[in-house]
Structures are given as structure tokens and as C-alpha cells.
Ligand binder design. Structure first.
Ligand code: MRU
Length: 358
């Protein structure tokens, strides 16, 4: 993604070889600032406090967290401790465990003296692969948008998305946004309905920001508007990301995704889920029963922040004494998913098709 003429990834190693740079997403869209991670605790905090977020980027940050840990202490004890510390940050996105398992499998057999360098290289590979995977998801999803566009003549393809499964959720491209960026770049007219995605507003703060940077026409809507727009023929397709996809094709994504899938089904609108194959948890089948759903602070519901002049202000929305609840993800059953858009192709959300991927 280009910002002010410079191409950025969302995470990269500092040329000093000792630290890692991220974009601090808690400051978007008001400020575009980087933050430096120098020890594994920084990486763990960046994930749990959501300076970085989005399943693939959580995995990439965890990989670099392991590399930072190995720079400081490459013993078996430090390796196990770093794994546990990073694993405890957020429970839902499976990419976290995937990246940690991958790093552990590479590092554990090595002599301690070789671990730091190997960890650094493996983390870089995780990032490079994420970019290639998302680009391939973009190519596969582009074909879907192209088909819809062919039926619409010169009218734009109206695409609804929820949360941020964009560039900012990955190392580059995004998953759900990759087909949108590729369609836009190919000259296909697209327009994106961006769910604001309360309580943290990843749609309004992040997706709208990056679509705007890329020049993609978009409109931010409140989370409850999607069903109405679908009933009135204003949505041609829905595409979202996922934090964990089960072996039978259930998808767990940001809270509110399930309601969009229900509305899409009721209105005969295709509901696509874009995912890199590391987001598949082959050990889990029934997403509703088996996927741990992150329960975040009720303060995220109670307070909302925004810019007022140069200052960012936080205001209390609730009457004193009212409780708030904040389940952060929900599960959309496979039967509501039209297809999964992966780097290996577009497949039905079925156990057979998912098993055939590996
Ligand atoms: O809580 P977040 O912001 O980490 O949630 C992110 C999402 O729900 C994304 O849709 C998901 O991680 C897929 S990202 C390609």
C-alpha cells in the first residue's frame, strides 16, 4: 500500500537487525505513526493492545516476537516462554498458533547459537508468504467480481464488507480487500459499503482509510444498515475475512458477520469469505461449539473516541450503572457461505473441499 508516495508493508524489520517496526493502528485514522518492537514483550503487548490486529498480521507479529526473543536469549526455556507469552495474547485468530508452531518447529532442533538468525529469516519468510498468498486471493476473487461486473454493464459492483480484512489486517493487500483492489486497478467499477464495525470501528477507522488511500469509492454505514441495503438491491456481493475457519467450513470473524450472512442468504446475495489457508484450523469442526471467542473489555462498548479539532476525545455513551458486554467474534455456519476464496482457488465451504486443499 502506498502512503504519501511511499510503499509500506504493515510490519518490517528495522535495518539495524535488532528491532521490528509496525504501524500503530490504535492511532488510525487520526495519525499515521510507526512503533518499534525491541523485545518479545513489545510484540506481545502490540498484539494484545491491538496496535496490530487482523489474523494474518497477528501471526506475522508473533513470528517476529519469537525472533526478538531469540535475539535476547536462545535457550530452550526462553523459546518455550516466548511461545506461551505470545500465545496468550489473543484467543480467536488461529494464525497466531500457526505462526508460533511454525517458528517453534524451525527453531527447536537448531543449536542455540543458530536460532536468532534462523528466527529472523523465518519471520521474514512468513511475511513474504503472506503477501504472495493475499495477492493470489486477490486474483481468485477478482474473477468473481469480474463476472458480476459483466452482468452490470457500466454500473459499479456494490460490495459490502465488515470489519477490516484489509491491508492493515495482513502484511500487504488484505484478504477481503485484495480482490477489491485488483478489480479497481483493472478498471472494473466497484463501490464498497463499509460496515463501521462497532465497538472498535475497524471499518470506519481502518477499512475506510485504506480504501480511500487506494482511491476505491466507498461509503461507511452503521452496522445495522446492511440488511436494508440488501433488500433494496444495493448490494451485489458480500466479502469478509476470517480469524479461524473450521475443517467443515464454519467461519469465525468479527462480531456481526453472522448477521450479514443471514441477511445475504435471505436476499439471495452471494456471501464470500476470503482466507489464507493458514487460517484453517483442521482440528476444529463445529465453530460455534469449539472456537474460543475473545471477550474484550466492556469499556470498548461504553466509550467512543473521535477527533475534535487536533485533539482525540473519548466520550462515555452509557447511563451510569448500565453494564456492557463485548463478545468480539461470532461464527457463521458453513451453510451460509457461498464460497471460500483462498490462495489455492475458490472452493465450496465443505469438509471435502477443505480437505482437498492440503
Ligand atoms: O479484532 P480484530 O481487529 O483483530 O478483528 C479482525 C477481523 O475480524 C478480520 O476480519 C479478520 O482478522 C480477518 S483479517 C484478514
Amino acid at each position: 500500500m502506498k502512503v504519501d508516495g511511499r510503499a509500506y508493508r504493515t510490519i518490517w524489520p528495522d535495518p539495524d537487525g535488532e528491532s521490528v517496526i509496525i504501524l500503530d493502528q490504535t492511532l488510525f485514522p487520526h495519525r499515521f505513526e510507526t512503533a518499534r518492537l525491541t523485545v518479545v514483550e513489545d510484540a506481545a503487548r502490540a498484539i494484545s493492545d491491538m496496535l496490530v490486529r487482523g489474523a494474518p498480521l497477528i501471526g506475522a507479529t508473533a513470528a517476529y516476537g519469537m525472533a526478538l526473543a531469540m535475539r535476547a536469549d536462545a535457550s530452550d526455556t526462553a523459546l518455550a516462554k516466548a511461545y506461551e507469552q505470545l500465545h496468550a495474547t489473543r484467543p480467536t485468530a488461529i494464525n497466531l498458533r500457526w505462526a508460533l508452531d511454525r517458528m517453534h518447529a524451525v527453531l527447536r532442533p537448531l543449536p542455540q547459537g543458530d536460532r536468532a538468525e534462523a528466527a529472523w529469516e523465518e519471520a521474514a519468510r512468513v511475511c513474504d508468504e503472506d503477501v504472495a498468498i493475499n495477492s493470489a486471493i486477490g486474483d481468485n476473487g477478482l474473477a468473481i467480481i469480474r463476472d458480476i461486473a459483466a452482468k452490470k454493464g457500466s454500473a459499479p459492483v456494490n460490495i459490502l464488507t465488515h470489519c477490516n480484512a484489509g491491508w492493515l489486517a495482513t502484511v500487504d493487500w488484505g484478504t477481503a480487500t485484495a480482490p477489491i483492489y485488483k478489480a479497481h486497478d483493472a478498471g472494473i467499477p466497484v463501490h464498497v459499503w463499509v460496515d463501521e464495525t462497532r465497538p472498535r470501528n475497524q471499518g470506519a477507522f481502518l477499512t475506510a482509510w485504506e480504501l480511500g488511500r487506494h482511491g476505491v469509492p466507498h461509503t461507511v454505514i452503521v452496522d445495522n444498515a446492511g440488511g436494508h441495503l440488501m433488500q433494496h438491491g444495493d448490494v451485489d456481493m458480500v466479502i469478509v475475512g476470517t480469524d479461524r475457519t473450521t475443517a467443515r467450513g464454519d467461519v469465525c470473524n468479527k462480531i456481526g458477520t453472522y448477521l450479514k450472512a443471514l441477511a445475504a442468504k435471505d436476499n439471495g446475495i452471494p456471501f464470500y469469505v476470503a482466507l489464507p489457508t493458514p487460517t484453517i484450523d483442521h482440528r476444529v469442526h463445529d465453530g460455534i461449539a469449539e472456537i474460543p471467542i475473545e471477550d474484550r473489555s466492556q469499556d470498548e462498548v461504553r466509550f467512543i473516541s473521535g477527533r475534535s479539532g487536533e485533539a482525540v476525545t473519548r466520550v462515555d455513551l452509557l447511563p451510569p450503572g448500565s453494564a456492557a458486554a463485548n463478545p468480539s467474534f461470532d461464527v457463521t455456519p458453513a451453510r451460509l457461505v457461498t464460497a471460500l476464496v483462498t490462495e489455492k482457488g475458490v472452493i465450496p465451504a465443505t469438509a471435502e473441499a477443505i480437505a482437498a486443499l492440503s
